[in-house]
Structure formats: structure tokens, C-alpha cells
Design a binder for this molecule. Structure first.
Ligand SMILES: [Zn+2]
Length: 635
């Protein structure tokens, strides 16, 4: 039985149900309609100001202020706000629909000129939409309780109650209206300029990598691609070359990271008039979790450091080393046999995933087959395709799409399972009001990681070759090391940096020694040396729009593992509870979600301990597997 190359490739997706083409009249009429809706929003804006700017700006929580819901001006503002909300929802659906269509076309062919042009045009629509939404956001944050109750009493507006109330939890931080708009205006050339500077730098920096005994100059993106190669020495020299390039710009990076943190800390100070505002308040709130939950999570990660270090040492042993290097975080499984097998045909991958999903409930297997039958998956191998994989969806039809490049490797199957998990998540939410269908980053990976774990287990059981088993188990171990050692390293560095930054900016040498110190705290002897320039080379520290872009990864990973552990505990009622949980991800905090659907308090360590504890036998199994293929460490 041989698998032909063409069977390995995935199918092309079908987008024509949304728009026939870029110049379809339906697409143009959607944009025209969005414009008309935004005109109406604009016309209503002056009426909104009346309840949005009362004395409430000084004391937003003071109920019963003069502009309370009963007064005539407040009544006008409330009905204007309700109308703006509905107009905005309608415009948002249309704009997102076109944006997703354009993005899909550009992913398949990044040189699609017409799509590029429309993308540029679309940006001005999106900017206008964002500007027009501002007054409504301010109204919702600043109005008194009575006004908000009246605003939410409209049945069409009521579904956004969670979003409104959740946002208002931070209204004690608000400055006056003119101050807020001043901060907003200045941020473009303030904090965001530092982020842009970093992006410019990383996009134009080059480094010299020793390749086949020859120094080759290349961009950082190409050099970091080499970190995924089999050759241990090549990974090491690429990492060294990348760090050398960053070291040449360490003053610039230090200026940027100090300015970004300084801006945020100064804003926290200014916002602390009513109640002290901590630099972790914003990221924690944005992820819809509490500080206690974050602390429990990190505590349990710390308790399981040794388990993750063991996984790292086993990976090192597979490469004939005693410890991994900082250049190994994306190292592939070593090749243990030349017999690589024919690859997994796309149809076989779909069968495998549908069976694994269907093992939870037949509906989940049917969903996978439906995605294929409807041609909602893009998996071809095109030359102009953009790299990567994602799941998206059309707002009008509420149908998901999965994008990837399928070539028949074990990791492609896992990627497909992951993206189908995202698609399933959006599918079970398809009948909900628009305002309840978006979730924070902490819960965004719930269904994807769950689906990935299901399929990985199935592959470990059914894989015919030792090489495939090794590749599947390898990814599982890499995830453990990344989430339990690397992510906490990033978090602890950022936290300690913010604490010290309150006194003064840190010098590059101080940033390097802080990073090394934290690195060793987490990795211990599982790593041969720390990565002192990680604060410069890691883009995540320079995203000016959000801070602490690290712990949500750890949360998402452990939350779905915890869910998986629940499923394995032979809970017969698991499936309906799982679907109910997914459906509530857009209208609840993570604590309430876990309390309602899992009967657990995630502010306490137990849930997280169960999640990570379930991985110990997996590390044992990985060691057995290495022993079978003669790569286990000597005891
Ligand atoms: Zn994902």
C-alpha cells in the first residue's frame, strides 16, 4: 500500500458561500451598509455625551447622582446608547465578514494585489468604527448604576450585561474624560512608538550564522527558523548569532522596555486616586481571572518544576546530552530510524481525528466530517501561501474556517486537531448573541488544546512506527517544558522587572543578570546555560497594547489539561457539561465558569495539581519509549 504525494496534501477551502469574489456586488453592498450604519452612529454621538460626562467622571460609582436614569436628559442618552449599541453590532458583523474574507484570500496568496488594496481600504472603515465606539464605551463605564440598569433593560442590549459589568469593575481607575483622551492621544507617539521601534528593529536586523562552514548573513526570522532544525550545532550557532545581533542593540532595547514599563507604571500611579492600582490589575482583568487564581496557577507550576525538568533532561538525552540548551526550545524529535514511513494521507488524518473526537461524543466526530464535507478547511501546499495555522469564522453565516498547510507529518495532524478544536468552540456558540461569543485569551485555548490532547493520545496508541510515536510524545514533552518552565520564567522576569522599574530604569547589564537569575530558578540544571538576552529577543515584552502576555498561555494549557483529566475520570455526564462550559466562555469569568461547570474553585491549587499531576505518567512513558529506541539517559 503506497500513499501518493497528492493524497498527502489537504484540500482547498471554499469561500464562495460568503462572496463570489473580491469585486462581488454583495461585498460592496456590505461595506456601503456598514458606512450607512456608522453615519447613524455618528449622528447619535452628541446625545450620548449627556449621561457619559456627568459628575460621574469624578466618582463613577456614586449611585443616584444628578444625572440618574429618571431625568429627561438621561432618558435621551440611554435610548441613544441603546440605538448605538445595536447599530454598532450590525456594522461590526459586516466589517468583520469582509475582513475575514480578505484575510483568507491573503493567506492563500499573499501577493493578491486586489486583496491588498481592499485590505488598505478596510483599515479606514475599522478605524472609523473604533472611534465611533469610544463614546459608548465611556458611557457604559461612567454612567451611574441606575442608568446602566435602564440601558441593559432593553432585551436586545441585555446580552452584553456581562461585558458591561465586567468592564465597570475597573471604573475606579478612570481619570476625567479630557485626561483619558489626552492619554489616549499621546500614547500613539508615546508607548506605542516604542513598540513600533522594536518591530522595526527586529524586522530589519540581520545576523551571521555559520552554515556549512560558511558565514551567511540572514534576517532574524530566517535565523530563528533554523532553531527548528535537527542539527544541534546549527541550532546553537543560530541562537548565538541571534543573540549577538540583539546585544549590538541592547541599549535601544533597554530604552524601549524601560519606557513601555515606565509608561504603564506612571499610569497606574495616576489611576490610584481612589484605590491603589497594581500593574497586574489590567492583564488579570483582561483575562477575566482574579489575582488569587494567577497565584495558585504559578504556585502549582513551581511545585511541578522538577517534573518539567525531567522531561527536558529526557529530551536532552535523546540528543546525547545531559541538559538542553536555550536554543532547544523548538528542537524537533531526533530521527531514530531512516524508515520515515509514507506520511499520513489527509483522508486518514480526518478519520483519525473524527474517531478521537467522536470518542467523546458522536456529535464531535460528525462535526469534523462536516468541516471536510463543507470544504471549510484549507490545507493545500501553495508556493505563495502564508506560513502558520489558524481558525477563523464568518460573522454573517457564523461558520468557521480552518487554515493550514497539510503535508502529512505527525505534527500536521496535531495542528489540524488543534484548529478544529477552535472551530468546534465557535460552532457550539453559533446561536448565541454576538456580545457573548468572544472570550478572553485565558479561555481561548480550552477546546483547541483539549482536541489536540485527544488526538495525540489516539496517535500514541495507534502509531505504527517508533518514529511517529517519538514525534507525538516529543511535542507533548516540549509543551510541558515550555508551559511549566519557560512561561513562568517570562512572567517572573516581567514581574520583578516592573517592581525594580518603580525605582529607576534598569541598565542592560541588570536586565541580563535578572533574566539569567530567573532562568536558572525555573530550569535549574535541566538547562546548560541561561538565555541572558531573552528580554531583548522575545517580542512579547514589547507588545505596547498589552502587558504580561505570558501567564494566559499557562492558564489555557493547564485549564484544558484539567478538563481532560475530568473526562478521563469516566464522568458519564462529561459531554453536555463540556459543551455548556464552552458556551459560557464569553459571558462569565473563569472562576464562575469553573465553579458552575466543574464544581471547582480555581483560586485554590487542587484543580491545577490534578491537571499537572496527570502528566507524570506521560513523562514515565516518554522515558520508556526512549529506552525502547536506545536513547534513554544512563542511570
Ligand atoms: Zn490555538
Amino acid at each position: 500500500m503506497s500513499t501518493r504525494d497528492s493524497d498527502l496534501q489537504g484540500p482547498a477551502w471554499d469561500l464562495t458561500a460568503e462572496y463570489a469574489s473580491l469585486d462581488s456586488s454583495e461585498l460592496q453592498s456590505d461595506l456601503d451598509r456598514a458606512s450607512a450604519l456608522m453615519d447613524e452612529m455618528e449622528a447619535l454621538t452628541p446625545e450620548l455625551g449627556e449621561a457619559g460626562s456627568p459628575s460621574a467622571a469624578g466618582s463613577p460609582s456614586a449611585a443616584g447622582s444628578p444625572s440618574a436614569a429618571g431625568s429627561p436628559s438621561a432618558a435621551g442618552a440611554i435610548s441613544a446608547a441603546q440605538r448605538v449599541r445595536k447599530l454598532a453590532d450590525d456594522a461590526d458583523v459586516l466589517l468583520r465578514n469582509v475582513a475575514v474574507f480578505v484575510r483568507c484570500l491573503l493567506s492563500v496568496n499573499s501577493r493578491n494585489e486586489a486583496a491588498q488594496v481592499l485590505n488598505g481600504r478596510l483599515r479606514s472603515y475599522q478605524q472609523r468604527y473604533a472611534d465611533l465606539l469610544q463614546p459608548l464605551t465611556q458611557f457604559c463605564d461612567l454612567a451611574d448604576e441606575q442608568t446602566i440598569d435602564a440601558y441593559l433593560s432593553d432585551p436586545q442590549v441585555a446580552p452584553c450585561a456581562f461585558l458591561v459589568r465586567h468592564s465597570r469593575e475597573r471604573c475606579h481607575e478612570l481619570l476625567s474624560l479630557p485626561e483619558e483622551s489626552l492619554v489616549n492621544g499621546l500614547s500613539r507617539d508615546g508607548i506605542h512608538a516604542w513598540g513600533n521601534l522594536y518591530d522595526q528593529l527586529s524586522g530589519t536586523l540581520s545576523c551571521k550564522v555559520l552554515l556549512d562552514n560558511e558565514q551567511r548573513e540572514m534576517g532574524l526570522a530566517e535565523a530563528s527558523g533554523l532553531l527548528q532544525k535537527q542539527d544541534d550545532r546549527l541550532r546553537r550557532s543560530s541562537w548565538q548569532a541571534i543573540n549577538q545581533a540583539w546585544e549590538g542593540h541592547e541599549e535601544t532595547c533597554a530604552a524601549a522596555i524601560n519606557a513601555i514599563a515606565g509608561w504603564r507604571l506612571e499610569l497606574c500611579r495616576k489611576r490610584s486616586l481612589r484605590r491603589p492600582v497594581h500593574f497586574l490589575d489590567a492583564p488579570v482583568h483582561m483575562n477575566r481571572i482574579q489575582r488569587d487564581t494567577l497565584e495558585a496557577l504559578l504556585q502549582v507550576a513551581g511545585e511541578h518544576r522538577e517534573l518539567a525538568r525531567r522531561a527536558a533532561r529526557l529530551q536532552a538525552a535523546a540528543y546525547g546530552k545531559t541538559a538542553i540548551g536555550p536554543w532547544d526550545s523548538r528542537a524537533p524529535a531526533p530521527v531514530i530510524s531512516q524508515d520515515q514511513g509514507p506520511g499520513i494521507a489527509f483522508a486518514d488524518a480526518v478519520r483519525l481525528i473524527a474517531d478521537a473526537y467522536g470518542g467523546v461524543h458522536p456529535e464531535m466526530g460528525d462535526f469534523v466530517r462536516m468541516m471536510v464535507q463543507n470544504r471549510w478547511i484549507e490545507g493545500t501546499r501553495g508556493n505563495s501561501k502564508r506560513p502558520g495555522a489558524y481558525c477563523t469564522g464568518f460573522a454573517k453565516s457564523r461558520t468557521p474556517r480552518v487554515y493550514m498547510t497539510y503535508t502529512g507529518g505527525a505534527s500536521d495532524v496535531i495542528t489540524l486537531a488543534h484548529e478544529l478544536g477552535h472551530a468546534y468552540h465557535s460552532w457550539v456558540m453559533r446561536d448565541l448573541p454576538e456580545s457573548q461569543r468572544s472570550y478572553g485569551m485565558s479561555l481561548a485555548e480550552t477546546a483547541s488544546t483539549f482536541g489536540e490532547t485527544l488526538v495525540r493520545d489516539a496517535m500514541l496508541q495507534n502509531a505504527s512506527s517508533a518514529q511517529t510515536r517519538l514525534e507525538v510524545a516529543w511535542e507533548e514533552m516540549s509543551a510541558l517544558v515550555t508551559f511549566v518552565l519557560n512561561i513562568p520564567t517570562r512572567f517572573e522576569f516581567e514581574k520583578k522587572f516592573y517592581e525594580r522599574r518603580q525605582e529607576r530604569p534598569l541598565r542592560p547589564a541588570e536586565l541580563k543578570s535578572l533574566m539569567s537569575e530567573v532562568w536558572i530558578t525555573w530550569y535549574g540544571d535541566a538547562v546548560s546555560e541561561p538565555d541572558p538576552l531573552f528580554w531583548a529577543s522575545k517580542l512579547h515584552f514589547y507588545i505596547s497594547g498589552l502587558s504580561f502576555y505570558n501567564f494566559p498561555y499557562l492558564f489555557g494549557y493547564l485549564f484544558s489539561l484539567g478538563l481532560y483529566a475530568r473526562r478521563q475520570a469516566a464522568d458519564t455526564n462529561f459531554y453536555p457539561r463540556y459543551v455548556a462550559l464552552l458556551r459560557d466562555t464569553g459571558r462569565m469569568t473563569a472562576e464562575n465558569l469553573a465553579d458552575r461547570h466543574l464544581n471547582t474553585d480555581i483560586r485554590k491549587p487542587e484543580f491545577w495539581r490534578d491537571a499537572l499531576g496527570a502528566l507524570a505518567p506521560r513523562v514515565d512513558a516518554f522515558e520508556d519509549l526512549l529506552r525502547d529506541v536506545g536513547r534513554a539517559p544512563a542511570h
